[in-house]
Design a protein around this ligand. Structure first.
Ligand code: COA
Length: 259
């Protein structure tokens, strides 16, 4: 590919600045744009002069206003699964990048835009940024990891509220919730993101890569804890301890477990 239509790339102080460039569509993510992001992030992993990436949106209004609705509005179940699957693959690539990736959120970060920002390692927002997962308005749910990463970043209580109400929140609230690391005036957005990047570049790149891996590993355990619990509960039944414990209760005596 490399002849990008919907993104621009610029390297500055060893940072690849990847700008999603469809401002007339508020930088909505269509298939082509997703493919270009994937290629650029993948290529950056082996580019020696690139130490990290900043992802931002063109214009002053939007980071990314979501997946491109016009593209998937007639999708059937199989097509929907393929779209979500490819989005997961690309956002996982970002989350697992060995080089730090910062989202410089310069406006609306809605739906797939909020999901893209959440897949990045850090988020710096401009004062006019707005965050939200408005998918339920469209009769769908987030399909690029949003249901999971939102809980990871802000906890179940507020995640459920934002996911179920489709509310859009402003940058200061996103900061209070821990959804973003910093809020700055729009004209300082890239400079602040660069400042953080440069600080990270002064550390051991191997250690940074391991930090990213370890932090991601925290969430990679048994993926379905409830299913894991059901299995674990079942495996306790009919064991000597189970028989002794339940018998002791019924016989109104203290259980005597084997050591
Ligand atoms: N997909 C496709 N096109 C989109 C888009 C999206 N997610 N978000 C915005 N656009 C397009 C609009 O259709 C419009 O195109 P047009 O000029 O050819 O008609 C253009 O971007 C500008 O958007 P517009 O709605 O006119 O701007 P606004 O300032 O009135 O509203 C938003 C801004 C962000 C509130 C509004 O665009 C919006 O709600 N977008 C959809 C958000 C969403 O549901 N995202 C999740 C998708 S899964």
């Amino acid at each position: 590919m490399s002849n990008y239509q919907n993104i621009t790339l610029q390297t500055d102080q060893n940072t690849l600045i990847l700008t999603i460039n469809r401002p007339d569509k508020l930088n909505a993510l269509n298939t082509q744009t997703l493919a270009e992001i994937k290629e650029a992030v993948y290529a950056a992993q082996s580019q020696k002069d690139v130490y990290g990436i900043i992802i931002t949106g063109a214009g002053e209004k939007a980071f990314v206003a979501g997946a491109d609705i016009s593209e998937f509005k007639d999708f059937n179940i199989e097509e929907g699964k393929i779209l979500a699957g490819s989005g997961h693959e690309i956002f996982n690539l970002i989350e697992r990048s060995e080089k730090p990736i910062i989202a410089a959120v310069n406006g609306f970060a809605l739906g797939g835009g909020c999901e893209l920002a959440m897949a990045c390692h850090l988020r710096v927002a401009s004062e006019n940024a707005r965050f939200g997962q408005p998918e339920v308005n469209l009769g769908i749910i987030p399909g690029y990891g949003g249901t999971q990463r939102l809980i990871q970043l802000i906890g179940k209580t507020k995640a459920l509220e934002l996911l179920m109400t489709a509310d859009m929140i402003k940058a200061p609230q996103a900061l209070d919730l821990g959804l973003v690391n910093y809020v700055v005036p729009q004209e300082e957005l890239i400079a602040k993101s660069q400042e953080i990047s440069q600080k990270i570049y002064s550390k051991s790149p191997k250690a940074i890569a391991k930090i990213i891996k370890c932090v991601n590993a925290y969430f990679d355990g048994p993926t379905d804890g409830f299913e894991f619990e059901i299995e674990a509960f079942g495996s306790c039944c009919n064991t000597p301890d189970f028989i002794e414990g339940t018998s002791a209760f019924i016989e109104k005596r203290k259980a005597d477990f084997d050591r």
